[in-house]
Design a protein around this ligand. Structure first.
Ligand code: E4P
Length: 216
């Protein structure tokens, strides 16, 4: 399973790349706003640091506007840029046009298996089911991921599943057990993935014991 960082924060991205846990990145308008930087600067910095696919979201709500924004984003770095498109009828029309032009897309704000199926049929490169936001309203977010993976396997869709809106390490572990293609993970959750209290206790004990080893 690939690890994407769910952030537009270039320092977090740099740290994750150094630790070897950043295969790509996803951003959204809220994450860009959190950086306090202009969008153009964020695009440049993120594309510079991240070694793999970078999802950048369009703001238009109509097909023509989305396609125009997507073409502009795509030409910045055709290899890396993935255009994030919201799951609406206009968005799906845009995905179909962009798929025909070889522009990679990530259909975002997916909350049902039917939405994922439609996005895949339109030729989306990725779909992003938002598990945390479903959990927040007392649904089982990870059940949606399992349903989408089953549907895509039934019909051999090439569309990859990005588990999004991840809130904690168990979302990541469950995504991997289910065989999701990608988990897009906030930096704080990445840090938690490294942690186990027995690891810390073990290191402390080894160092304490070794301090009793006679010097040469
Ligand atoms: C996905 O690509 C989104 O950026 C993200 O996962 C949304 O997560 P949130 O529910 O924490 O805002």
């Amino acid at each position: 399973m690939k690890f994407f960082l769910d952030t537009a924060d270039v320092e977090q991205l740099r740290k994750a790349v150094e630790m070897g846990v950043c295969d790509g990145a996803t951003t959204n308008p809220s994450l860009v706003a959190r950086t306090g930087k202009p969008f153009e600067q964020v695009i440049r910095e993120v594309l510079d640091v991240v070694p793999g696919p970078v999802s950048l979201e369009v703001l238009s709500l109509d097909t023509e506007g989305m396609v125009a924004e997507a073409r502009d984003l795509h030409q910045r770095n055709p290899e890396k840029v993935v255009v994030k498109i919201p799951m609406t009828p206009d968005g799906i029309r845009a995905v179909k046009i962009l798929a025909g032009e070889g522009v990679k897309t990530n259909v975002t704000l997916i909350f049902s298996p039917a939405q994922a199926l439609i996005a895949a049929k339109a030729g989306a490169t990725y779909v992003s089911p938002f598990v945390g936001r479903l959990d927040d309203i007392s649904h089982q977010g990870m059940d949606l991921v399992q349903d989408i993976l089953t549907i895509f396997a039934n019909y051999d869709f090439d569309t990859q599943v990005i588990v999004a809106s991840i809130r904690h390490p168990m979302h990541v572990v469950e995504a991997a057990i289910m065989g999701a293609d990608v988990a897009t993970i906030p930096f704080a959750v990445i840090e938690k993935l490294f942690k186990h209290p027995l690891t810390d206790i073990g290191i402390e004990r080894f160092l304490k014991d070794f301090s009793r080893v006679p010097k040469d």
